[in-house]
Design a protein. Structure first.
Length: 408
C-alpha cells in the first residue's frame, strides 16, 4: 500500500476543508493509498497532537505551543514555513510516503518541498480549492493572497500533478500544460429527498452559511419579505450564526412574521436534516475570482441529498447547474431577478419540483458521489498502478463537457 501525506490548514471533517480532505482520503483508500493528515492548525484537544479518526491519523500543532506564538512569529511562519517544513521532514522520515499532497499551501512550504521531494523521489502534488484577488482586508490576508498568487503562477508548474476543485482552476492549469485533474467536492452516498416536497404555491428554501464572507444574502431576505407581506408563501430557514450581523444591516425584529427562521450555528449532520426538508437551497456570490476559482461544497452536498440550487452566474459553481433541470440560474443578483425566480418556483407543481430534485441527484451521481470512481477500467488501472490517478480522467472528460456547454 502506498503512503500519502496530506498537508494543510484543515482539521477533522466538521468544516468544508476537513470534509474535503477526509472524503478524498476515503477515495485514495480504494486505490490502496494510505492517507495521513498533517494539520497546520492547533489540536482541538489540548495536549493531544495525534488523533485517530475513523481509520485515519491526524497530526496537529500542540495547542499550548501555538498559544505562545506572537503575531510576529505567525507572520514569520507564513513567509518561511520553517516549523511546518521541519515537521513534514520528521514525518517523511517516519512514514516514508510515496506521495505528498499540499492543500492550499501559501507557497513557502511548496518551494521547500519541491527540492526535498526531488531528492527523496517523492511525488509532490497540490489540492487547489481557492484563488483570491490581491485586494484583501488586513496585512496578513493581503500578504497571504500575494504568496498564494505567486505559488499558483510560478511554483505549481513545478509540481507533478494538480487536483483542481473548479472548472475555472482546471482550465487555468490545463492552459499551463500541467497534469491536472478536476476533483469537485466529493461525498459518500447519502439518503436523498423526494417525499418532503411542498405543494404548488408554497416554497421551502434553506440557506446554510455566513453573511459578509463569501455569500450575498440581503437581496434574498428583501424579496422573501415582499412575497410574505400578506401571507407566508415562502419559508426561508437560515443555518448559520448570522443574527448579530443581520441586526446591523436589516432593521427587522420579528423574522417569523415574514417566514424567516434563524436556526443559528448547527453541526453539519443537523444542517443536512434541514436541507432534506427543503425544496431548494441558495448560493448567491459576487462575480469575483474567489467565486470562479472555488466550488461550493454546500451545492455539491445539496445535490447528493437530491436538493436543487438557485444560483447566480459567475463562471464558478454555477457551471454545473442547468436552468430548470437541476436548479435555477439568475444572470444578476437584484430584487427583480430574485422575485421572478421565486414566483416561477411558486407556480411549479409538486411533481415538477420532484423532477428537478431527481435531476439534482442524477447530477450528484455523475459528479459528487465517491462511489462513481470505483467503476470501470479506470479504477482497475489505478489499482494496478498504471497511473496513480487514472480514475480521475473520467472527471476530466465531464469538466471538458461542462466548459464546452458554457462556452468557457
Amino acid at each position: 500500500m502506498k503512503k500519502l501525506l496530506y498537508i494543510g490548514k484543515f482539521g477533522l471533517p466538521n468544516m468544508a476543508a476537513g470534509i474535503r480532505v477526509y472524503n478524498l482520503g476515503i477515495l485514495f483508500k480504494q486505490l490502496d493509498i494510505e492517507t495521513t493528515y498533517i494539520c497546520d492548525i492547533p489540536s482541538p484537544i489540548e495536549d493531544k497532537e495525534q488523533i485517530f479518526y475513523k481509520g485515519f491519523n491526524y497530526y496537529f500543532i500542540n495547542s499550548k505551543l501555538y498559544k505562545k506564538y506572537s503575531p510576529i512569529d505567525k507572520v514569520k511562519e507564513l513567509f518561511t514555513a520553517k516549523d511546518l517544513y521541519d515537521k513534514v521532514k520528521r514525518y517523511c522520515e517516519k512514514e516514508k510516503p510515496e506521495i505528498i499532497l499540499l492543500y492550499n499551501d501559501a507557497g513557502p512550504l511548496t518551494k521547500k518541498l519541491i527540492k526535498y521531494c526531488e531528492e527523496k523521489n517523492i511525488i509532490l502534488g497540490a489540492d487547489v480549492t481557492e484563488w483570491y484577488s490581491l485586494k484583501q482586508k488586513g496585512f496578513t490576508q493581503t500578504m497571504k493572497a500575494f504568496l498564494v498568487n505567486f505559488r499558483i503562477r510560478f511554483l505549481d508548474k513545478k509540481l507533478k500533478f494538480i487536483l483542481a476543485v473548479s472548472p475555472f482552476l482546471y482550465s487555468y492549469y490545463k492552459k499551463q500544460e500541467k497534469k491536472v485533474y478536476w476533483v469537485p467536492p466529493l461525498f459518500e452516498y447519502q439518503e436523498k429527498s423526494s417525499k418532503t416536497t411542498s405543494e404548488k404555491g408554497f416554497l421551502n428554501i434553506v440557506y446554510a452559511g455566513m453573511m459578509g464572507k463569501k455569500d450575498i444574502l440581503l437581496p434574498l431576505l428583501d424579496v422573501v419579505k415582499i412575497i410574505n407581506f400578506k401571507e407566508i408563501k415562502v419559508r426561508l430557514s437560515i443555518a448559520g450564526d448570522i443574527s448579530s450581523e443581520l441586526e446591523k444591516v436589516w432593521k427587522i425584529k420579528n423574522y417569523d412574521k415574514y417566514g424567516i427562521k434563524l436556526l443559528g450555528y448547527l453541526e453539519n449532520e443537523k444542517v443536512k436534516e434541514i436541507i432534506l426538508q427543503s425544496d431548494i437551497t441558495v448560493l448567491f456570490r459576487k462575480n469575483l475570482k474567489y467565486a470562479k476559482a472555488g466550488f461550493s461544497s454546500k451545492v455539491a452536498e445539496a445535490f447528493t441529498l437530491g436538493i436543487p440550487v438557485i444560483c447566480n452566474k459567475v463562471g464558478g459553481t454555477d457551471l454545473v447547474i442547468e436552468h430548470l433541470y437541476n436548479g435555477y440560474l439568475i444572470n444578476k443578483i437584484n430584487e427583480k431577478n430574485i422575485l421572478n425566480a421565486l414566483n416561477k418556483l411558486l407556480l411549479m407543481s409538486k411533481e415538477e419540483k420532484i423532477e428537478i430534485k431527481e435531476n439534482a441527484f442524477k447530477t450528484a451521481q455523475k459528479l459528487f458521489i465517491i462511489s462513481k470512481y470505483f467503476e470501470g477500467r479506470e479504477y482497475e488501472d489505478s489499482k494496478n498502478n498504471i497511473e496513480i490517478f487514472t480514475l480521475l480522467k473520467k472527471s476530466n472528460k465531464i469538466v471538458e463537457e461542462i466548459l464546452q456547454r458554457n462556452g468557457e
